[in-house]
Design a binder for this molecule. Sequence first.
Ligand code: MTE
Length: 412
Amino acid sequence: MSPDSPSSYARRDVLRLGAGAAAALVAARAVGGSPAAAVTAPSAPATAVPSGPILKPLPTEWFTPFGTNAEMRWDSVDPRRYLTAPERLFVRNHTSTPVIDAATWELRIHGDGLADPRTAERAHVLTYRDLLRLPARTATTVLECTGNGRSFFATQQGTPASGTAWQLGAVGTVRWTGVPLSLVLRRLGLRRDAVDVQATGLDAPYVSGGVDYGAVRRPFPVAKAVDDALLVYAMNGRPLLPDHGFPVRLLLPGWIGIASIKWLGELEVSRSTLTSPWNTKWYRMTGPAYPADAPPLTVTPVKSAFELARGAEIPAGRRTVLTGRSWSGAAPVRRVEVSTDGGETWGAARLGRRRGEGWTQWSYPWRPRGSGEHVLLARATDAAGRTQPDEVPFNDGGYFFSAVVRHPVAVA
Ligand code: MTE
């Protein structure tokens, strides 16, 4: 490589970006708990040969598989554990999990919104090692697919929506460790008139109905980038699993899952509005109830789930403690009401743990009388005043099914 090749320019920028590395690393450990495993072990599964769209094991007790995706089973959730273990987190892949070597991974940052604007070809480059040396922070957040609950449009409202027929398991709460995107952008120099950032994944191009839509990518406002976006490399204190974005993914707390691009390869920072099919064609509300220019979806709604199988057997006449979790991308959950008689009567659930921006655990003791089918309901309200409705207007994508879900159980 000649000394004046674009990459060597980029490498000099990397060094500048990483200035003060030793102090930064200390700060990362102090602030971010102990991502030391991630720091010292860029453990790309170099020998793994992708055997299917998802690499981690998907035991049937934990997951319901849907092709390139897999849903967490709520009846496998242990009420004593607050965080979702990475091994148990749902997977949503447009294509399949790529195997990426952290040693050669690069994040390419370019665009005219940077103080030193770059084309994609002459991008600033950040390596995995560079990233691990920057000050890190941790954030406990809910990660949820926009279509979580989609199947209930069909089964509860009689209006099926196309797409993965998730029940309520396309959600989890994870403690992430990563570098604030604001820090990286400020060190690179961000123009005051920058408006959008587009994040692009390194997975295979998404092809649907014979159309190649290119790499999975989605833009978001610079305001979100400098507010709380993270370039994450660890989940619950360990390096990301390949299926969840190893070596580095973007995290936009409180926003729909698609905003958190996995296997992050590129960030374009622009002075003009950016688009991709993931904010113009998908992940917007379309359908009779919505205007043609409905904006791209961002913050997730309020939802609740019981830690129980649908149709679970509950012993009659004995005290059972129903447990579950509620969450909202906008604000903490303030109240959860439970009904055990299909919505005739409601009682307040006892709220349990909530960490950071994660979900809220709750419990509700119940002594069922008589046998037969009962319908359980859980309805949450968040601090922003949003309550789960009885019904939600249909949208073509089957997004944001935030209505109270009817959960049948058999009392015997
Ligand atoms: N990023 C890339 N590069 N490719 C993808 O297919 N899926 C998105 C998002 N990021 C996706 C992606 C969607 S739709 C969701 S819901 C989340 O990742 C799922 O994250 P998880 O698989 O780690 O649970």
